[in-house]
Design a protein around this ligand. Structure first.
Ligand code: CMP
Length: 146
């Protein structure tokens, strides 16, 4: 059965890599069932990353995510969470270059903070973040069709 994940193209990748990332997402067989470009407010970014509130990089992370537009996407596919995470590669692009040179972060990310893309870490997180960003779209036709 198809599952959903939330994907984000972060501000550092929006200008130069957005189209290539979108093409690659579709080329790998994901359906993009929701999509919106948005500039996160500080409050939204803090809420979105609340699990990281205690981390030393939290304020930098919030700052970065608010600095320009992000692309928010709901991706639908079998094993969507894992498949999108594999496409992104490890959080740290230096590690990504070693272990998965074809991944988006290996190719586009500058450093561990400015790492170009985000993806939910579990199905439960995905549903929570999708509701937060898009409101309740649980009747999504793609999801209920099988
Ligand atoms: P993401 O997958 O969106 O989840 C949390 C984000 O915090 C991560 O991508 C990076 O943008 C950032 N991040 C994670 N670890 C670090 C770190 N050690 N230093 C700076 N930023 C980090």
């Amino acid at each position: 059965p198809k599952k959903r994940t939330l994907a984000v193209i972060k501000p550092d990748a929006m200008e130069d890599h957005r189209e290539e990332i979108l093409e690659e997402i579709r080329g790998r067989g994901f359906s993009v069932t929701q999509l919106k470009e948005t500039v996160l407010s500080r409050e939204m970014a803090e809420e979105f990353y609340k699990e990281h509130r205690e981390k030393p990089f939290f304020s930098q992370l919030v700052e970065f995510m608010c600095r320009g537009p992000c692309m928010m996407l709901v991706l639908s596919k079998e094993n969507a969470v894992e498949e999108w995470r594999a496409m992104m590669g490890p959080t740290d692009p230096d590690k990504a270059k070693e272990t998965s040179p074809q991944s988006l972060r290996a190719r586009f990310a500058a450093d561990i903070l400015h790492n170009s893309v985000h993806g939910s870490s579990s199905e439960q997180h995905a549903e929570e973040k999708i509701s937060f960003i898009f409101g309740d779209i649980s009747t999504d036709a793609e999801l209920t069709s099988d």
